[in-house]
Design a protein. Structure first.
Length: 607
């Protein structure tokens, strides 16, 4: 279940959160709880729901910011049951509307919608009910264009208003109002008339995506002055996040074993890079004794629908899909999401892994990561006809941040994800929750910080000098710096370079990570060249190479703790995480993300 409200709300936003103000006992509290249990059949409120319902029943305008699956609907549906008159809900999607109306009617809460597909005769029935002295409908769902364009609808609303039966306006997906949002809908703009035409009717705004900018824009357009704001953390406390390194051969049996041992008869989603991978993996999993079916855009609409329906109804449990699967999927008991390949951005990862655990029960996110998949994904992005040169850069940047996320073995996974969504997250929340602590928090004892300031400058220097003469791959640079004796290096006389072998004390993997950090900081840049089948990524000096020498900040990477750390420069400054600090505090209470060196590749991943 969801842990009680844990104060994880965003600190980086300056907007105030009014949650605490409404954590009280009211005259309506008893009857409100009765409706929760009796009408909705629910045991408890989820975080913020109770406070939002209180504020709503107290006639305030409300702005509700909650992640998808957080339970926004109850926040207006429960007040609608308790308030005399009709609650008007404006929602952009017809599919969502009819789904909601069906659910409400099944709970014996009289509800209706007047979307374009409703027959004239049915509309007449609804209109008649609404015209009664005591309207026979509690919740009326409308699309925004109805409110503006339909004369009949306007008259009906005016009629309700005059009789004092217009209880509240609810605007779902309210970010659609703002041009700054990602899903602007011009029709929504017309909703600015609501406050003008119905000055005393409270408005509730709901969304899962709103930056401060969008929120202000929305409130301005709607002409709302004294709004009560409720911001729930986007942290998903019941999901355990893990990144696993993927070794090409054994991964399918790994996934099969994982599913068999841990998720017998439990629903799950396995995401793959492309259609082919889906088909292959679904088949392979079945060969390993796990019944799985593929789902992707290459299948006919009807077979996709069939697969989705069977999965939704628990006829089979494992769906192997491309990212085409997911929009509007609302299965509450998905127990795990496996990424068989790297997602295209951290945000995409958050959304995709977030399809697990909507019911609040402990759920799992596994990300199988291999650098080879990143190269494959880059190629797929490049081959996509819709990718212009400009968007290509953006895609690559997103992907690079995703790589950083995967490579990062020290920062809290939640911290990293939420930073991308503009929320600052206190790592202690993750550390404290033993069952769902992320892999990095679980392993925090095994890490130590390695200062690689000198190494990162040397590597930049090496690239600068060598790139003038030839195309360099990452691997090539790693080999030179490590002092590898392979033929390619010796033949080209790279062993004569003054920095040859300067990194012999580091593992190749760690050298790779320092290079990636340099790429991320744009001290280096990479470019992709398609040679026949395979794209090759070359590295050269980037625009920020010079600043590497002028800043006096440290560059650090995390490495696994070694007992014999002769070769490592373990930093002892107060800003770093040292092994001793860690073993002395059992709960790591003193360790927050702010304690990290600001220049570590870990924290730069989120800047
Ligand atoms: P959102 O609109 O925020 O994405 P919904 O309102 O659709 O979320 O709710 C998501 C799921 O959570 C639904 O299946 C809903 O029935 C369930 N839910 C909401 N509130 C509660 C609660 N207090 N207890 C249990 N389940 C809840
Ligand atoms: Mg919703
Ligand atoms: Zn964590």
């Amino acid at each position: 279940t969801f842990t009680p409200y844990e104060g994880g709300k965003s600190k980086s936003h300056s907007r105030t959160d009014n949650t605490l103000e409404f954590r009280k006992v009211y005259p309506h509290t008893d009857v409100m709880n009765e409706v929760l249990h009796g009408k909705f059949g629910l045991q408890n409120y989820r975080p913020n729901q109770e406070e939002i319902i209180n504020a709503s029943l107290e006639q305030h305008d409300c702005f509700v910011l909650m992640p998808t699956g957080g339970g926004k609907s109850l926040c207006y549906q429960l007040p609608a049951v308790l308030t005399p008159g009709v609650t008007v809900v404006i929602s952009p999607l017809r599919a969502l509307i009819s789904d909601q109306v069906d659910k409400l009617n099944a709970l014996d809460i009289p509800s209706a919608h007047m979307c374009a597909d409703v027959k004239k005769s049915e509309i007449d029935v609804i209109m008649a009910k609404l015209a009664q002295m005591e309207p026979g409908i509690k919740l009326l769902y409308l699309t925004p264009e109805k409110i503006v364009a339909s004369r009949n609808t306007c008259d009906m609303l005016q009629g309700l208003h005059k009789r004092g039966k217009l209880a509240r306006f609810v605007i779902d997906e309210v970010h659609c109002l703002s041009q700054w949002g990602h899903d602007f809908r011009p029709d929504y703009k017309q909703l600015s008339c609501l406050r003008r035409n119905y000055p005393k009717v409270p408005i509730m705004c709901l969304t899962a995506t709103a930056t401060k900018l969008v929120q202000e824009d929305v409130l301005n357009i709607l002409n709302i002055r004294n709004v009560k704001t409720f911001i729930r953390s986007f942290n998903r406390p019941n999901i355990k996040y893990q990144v696993l390194s993927k070794t090409a051969k054994i991964v399918t049996s790994d996934i099969a074993n994982l599913i068999k041992s841990k998720f017998h008869r439990k629903s799950g989603i396995v995401y793959c890079l492309c259609r082919n991978d889906c088909d292959t993996l679904a088949k392979d999993l079945s060969n390993f004794g796990v019944r799985a079916k593929a789902y992707h855009a290459g299948m006919s609409g009807s077979s996709r629908e069939k697969v989705q329906r069977e999965w939704m109804n628990d006829i089979f449990h494992v769906i192997v899909a491309t990212i085409a699967f997911g929009m509007g999927i609302d299965k509450p008991d998905v127990r795990y999401v496996i990424h068989n390949s790297v997602p295209k951005s951290v945000e995409a990862f958050y959304q995709e892994s977030g399809r697990a655990g909507r019911d609040g029960e402990t759920s799992y996110s596994y990300l199988f990561y291999s650098p080879g998949d990143v190269i494959r994904l880059k190629k797929l992005i490049q081959m996509d006809r819709n990718t212009t040169k400009k968007t290509l850069e953006g895609h690559f940047e997103n992907l690079q941040q995703m790589e950083q996320y995967c490579d990062n073995k020290i920062d809290c996974r939640r911290y990293l994800q939420l930073m991308h969504l503009g929320e600052k997250f206190d790592r202690n929340i993750c550390l404290k929750n033993k069952a769902t602590a992320c892999d990095n928090c679980e392993n925090i004892k095994n890490n130590q910080i390695m200062d690689v300031t000198k190494e990162s400058r040397q590597l930049a220097q090496l690239v600068k000098e060598m790139a003038t003469r030839e195309n360099l791959t990452m691997l090539h640079i790693v080999d030179v710096y490590k002092g590898s004796k392979i033929k390619k290096i010796i033949d080209r006389r790279h062993d004569k370079h003054s920095l040859y072998g300067a990194g012999s004390h580091m593992s190749k993997n760690d050298i790779h990570r320092v290079l990636k950090d340099l790429l991320f900081k744009k001290a280096l840049k990479d470019h992709c060249v398609l040679t026949g089948e395979f794209p090759i990524v070359y590295v050269k000096p980037g625009p920020n190479m010079q600043s590497l020498y002028s800043t006096n900040s440290k560059v650090t990477i995390s490495v696994e703790k070694r007992t014999n750390s002769k070769a490592l420069n373990v930093t002892n400054s107060s800003t770093s995480l040292t092994p001793d600090d860690l073993s002395s505090t059992s709960d790591y209470q003193s360790y927050t993300p702010d304690d990290q060196p600001s220049t570590s590749n870990a924290s730069s991943a989120t800047s």
